[in-house]
Design a protein around this ligand. Structure first.
Ligand SMILES: [Zn+2]
Length: 425
């Protein structure tokens, strides 16, 4: 019955009419849904600043910070910082939030955002506070020392060749635009530190000028962005500017290792630790960091190497490496194990030498694993020997106080040990 009725009702004309009505109704419905969706999306966008003062991709996921530890050197804490990087506020490709998260994840204490002021009106020109103002609250929340910086270039001054200088601790970024020397003078008047970035092969006239004015604090010994470029040499897994160590020592300047990252950090570092500058600071704050740079207490850390003035690289090694004692590990062979603790997160590479006729170390470099105790074998030459004190030299093959100047530590192994030992249960 119902089939007959349907047959009667569904004439071709009626079918077309129904189809048109149905299509109109459906399109009206979807328009309403879309309109509501747009309203909701707009609403969400409007609420975003309130709910998420620092938008980031990481805030909904677990994120681990690597704790990089160095023992204090005397009264100085060893802080870790990157004093040169870029964001979307100049020619960088990531937001300032990403830079802060990366630095936190990578175990840094200090980050200076050094965007080029030339981009100020092009890159988000309406935000005069720029990257620093935008992420300062986030950095504070994460316990990071965030520095307001800029990278000044000589391209707009009359002095060739073109060089760049990373300044930190500025207060007025607007004053950084225009003539190079005027900008750098303004930076100094604001209390900024000045670091010569990716310096190339040769010392320059303008560096001399800045030095004479007392306007230069340090030079990049390593810059990840320019690794492999002119003026860099390859050693122990890293491209860097070894000549810079001479320049630092000759002119009492601080050595720096910076990322100069423009892209995400993962584009520069594949599993290895990022480059960083160690700062030996009295206090873990901006005042402490600035004073340490002004007093030249910095060490460049890159490619499993430490480079800096002897006092500070040696100080870090002395504080980190502790000889805890010996153990007789093969009585017949008269072989002992020297127990060497490395308190730091840095893998010191050491050649041990006994400055005595009585003992012998294999002449190979031993890697002291970070935060671990390494047993280094040595042989006592005579069974009868009773040793109460044995001088040792530790040649650190990855810690440098100058070009071709690996740091050496002298230790005296105290305590009695002899190869004739009787074990009783
Ligand atoms: Zn740069």
């Amino acid at each position: 019955m119902s089939g007959e009725k349907l047959k009667i009702r569904l004439t071709p004309g009626r079918l077309i009419t129904i189809t048109i009505i149905l299509a109109a109704f459906l399109s009206f419905l979807s328009f309403e849904t879309l309109a509501q969706g747009t309203k909701q999306a707009d609403g969400a966008l409007q609420q975003t600043p309130k709910e998420l003062p620092w938008p980031t991709q990481l805030d909904q996921r677990a994120c681990a910070r690597e704790e990089i530890y160095f023992p204090a050197v005397g009264e100085f804490k060893v802080l870790k910082g990157d004093f040169h990087c870029h964001t979307i506020y100049s020619d960088g490709q990531v937001t300032p939030e990403v830079r802060v998260w990366e630095a936190w994840r990578d175990g840094l204490d200090i980050l200076s955002l050094t965007d080029h002021p030339e981009y100020m009106d092009l890159a988000i020109g309406s935000e005069k506070g720029r990257a620093f103002a935008r992420v300062r609250p986030l950095a504070l929340e994460l316990g990071m020392i965030l520095l307001h910086g800029a990278e000044l270039t000589t391209i707009n001054s009359s002095a060739p060749p073109h060089s760049d200088y990373a300044v930190s601790f500025i207060t007025n970024e607007l004053a950084m635009r225009g003539d190079f020397f005027a900008a750098i003078q303004s930076a100094r008047e604001q209390g900024a530190t000045v670091i010569w970035a990716h310096p190339g092969s040769n010392w320059t006239e303008e560096a001399t000028h800045l030095l004479k004015q007392g306007w230069l604090d340090g030079i990049e010994l390593r810059n990840a962005q320019t690794a492999g470029d002119q003026g860099t040499s390859y050693q122990q897994g890293a491209w860097f500017y070894p000549q810079v160590m001479d320049w630092c020592l000759q002119n009492n300047l601080s050595a720096f290792a910076s990322s100069d990252a423009h892209w995400p950090l993962s584009d520069y570092y594949k599993g290895e630790r990022r480059d960083m500058t160690l700062i030996l600071a009295r206090t873990r704050d901006q005042v402490g960091v600035k004073e340490a740079i002004q007093q030249r207490r910095t060490v460049a850390y890159f490619g499993e190497m430490l480079w800096g003035a002897e006092r500070w690289v040696k100080g870090i090694a002395e504080a980190s490496i502790e000889i805890k004692g010996t153990a007789l590990i093969r009585p017949k062979g008269k072989i002992f194990g020297l127990l060497v603790a490395n308190q730091s997160s840095f893998p010191f590479k050491v050649l041990f030498t006994a400055e005595s006729e009585d003992a012998w170390f294999r002449p190979t470099v031993v890697r002291l694993a970070p935060r671990a105790t390494t047993m280094v074998p040595f042989t006592l030459k005579r069974t009868e020997t009773k040793v109460s004190s044995m001088p040792l030299t530790l040649k650190l093959s990855n810690v440098f106080s100058g070009r071709d100047q690996p740091v050496q530590l002298l230790r005296s192994l105290a305590g009695h040990f002899e190869a004739k030992k009787e074990f009783k249960n």
